[in-house]
Write a new protein. Sequence first.
Lengths: 275, 339
Amino acid sequence: MKRIGDGAATRAGLIGLAVILTTLFLVIPLAGIFYQALVEGMAPFWQNLTSAFTAEAIGLTLLIALMTVPINLLFGIFLAWLVTRFTFPGRRLLQTLIDIPFAVSPVVAGLLYLLLYGRTGWLGSILSEHDIQLMFAWPGMVLVTVFVTCPFVARELIPLMQAQGSAEEEAGVTLGAGGWTLFRRITLPNIRWALVYGVILTNARAIGEFGAVSVVSGSIRGETINLPLQVELLYQDYNTVGAFTSAALLAALAIVTLVIKAVLEWHTHRREKTA
Amino acid sequence: MSLRSTLLRRIVATAALGMALGSAPAFSADRELLNASYDVARELFAELNPQFIEQWQAEHGETVSVKQTHAGSSTQARAILQGLRADVVTFNQVSDVNVLAEKGQLIPEDWQSRLPNYSSPYYSTMAFLVRKGNPKNIHGWADLAGDDVALVFPNPKTSGNGRYTYLAAWAASNHDNGDDEAATRDYMKKLLANVEVFDTGGRGATTTFAERGIGDVLITFESEANNIRNQYGPDDYEVVVPPVDIMADFPVTWVDKNVERNGTEDLAKGYLEYLYSPEAQRTLARYYYRVNDDDISEEFADRFPQTTLLRVEDAFGSWDDVMQTHFASGGELDQLQRR
């Protein structure tokens, strides 16, 4: 029996369409970034790549990611644990609140933090009396990135932990396991792959975040410019090669992330097969 | 297990290496100055700063560094009020410096008397950048209100550049029709209706006009217009300076509260005084800014077409009045834009 759309021609047509669309929307723009970065030859590309400002931007981007990921890792585990292992009034509300950073535009998030922590802000005025500056410096950029990326880990964990239920942990308790042992020997091994996904997503977003950090950065060259901001800055400086060099760096980071994700997926798949 | 841990270790090692490379001091300077400047001054200060650093080194034996931040003048003023620790401001708008005194008490009210020429080391005026051959025949402000003319200039609410454009159009219209306010309002309505894109800063407007190819006329500072023309190809664009125009001051000052905290008062003053030196004035003139130094003005005279320059203070009264009447919420600008 034949189903509708099962003919060889239809299939070829659909596959062709998918290939064309992928090429048009993904492959060509991505290749274009690398092409634009190298269009004037290796020398300008290399010069832009090794400039002091680019080094600073790379350093800041990695610093933001390295601070954001552990914070949101702990926060996400804590939140998922809380929401899936305990019942308390306001649990559903909390589950909804987790998604606020996804629902709010990053620019709005940046402005909220600026209003709160800026020199004239509610908390900021107290901080500035003690000569502590968060906004227009890297701590502010880390702060807004943490906000923007905080749902990723929790969002990966919650469905999984809900599906798994708490039977194994309850068994552990009856066998006399303490809280830490329970977490380390039962919960963590069960969730580790979801956790790794969460971390990869958090990391990717932390590296690529533009909107929220642009509001609180103050765009001080060589100080509060991360890679995404650097792309815009150099583009407006008429330095197209430089802009695309930074963009290529970001794209390369994204590709590395995807490769890591693919390796992990393959690894999980193989593990599940042997298990 | 082993694959996982080596992978993880490699990721951490790579990240750590990147950090080490990234955080390695790019500049090894004793003191640092942060200059908060308007959007289109990027190339200018990239050239002026090394000259100043060299001179300071020669005179004081101290290695300093100057960092830059660029954005619309008002955006910068607001950032400083909210805590950006800029040591000096080099703006394109007196009112944006006034804000620092009035709203932030960061500088004294009489800041304009602290340096020569009302603390304005250079000045400019507004010019029209048109596409080759001037196809829409734009020569003066009146031509911009024509039926088929698409304009690009930055938003007067966020950009000093845009504000000068608005004021120049208004003042030129008043000048031509003998202060007929009603006629000027009609003219302004038509002009604002012709605006294709309102970018937040001067450089955004440049990108819109030159890279995205939107609009028939880009209105921006004479200096920026000439520099764009040189950058994007002298054969593709022409610069038109209208016969009646506005005098655009470029006020500078040090931010007292911040230099006190950063211990940079002498450095900040030295930096701003340097902008008045013949060397700096020559660099400014090369970037198509008009300067007050007589010798340098003479030397570059062919770059700057003769035009009648109206002062904002003469045409509109004080800057405070201007801001209140024209740019405050519900002011002239808002009313003119209501359709």
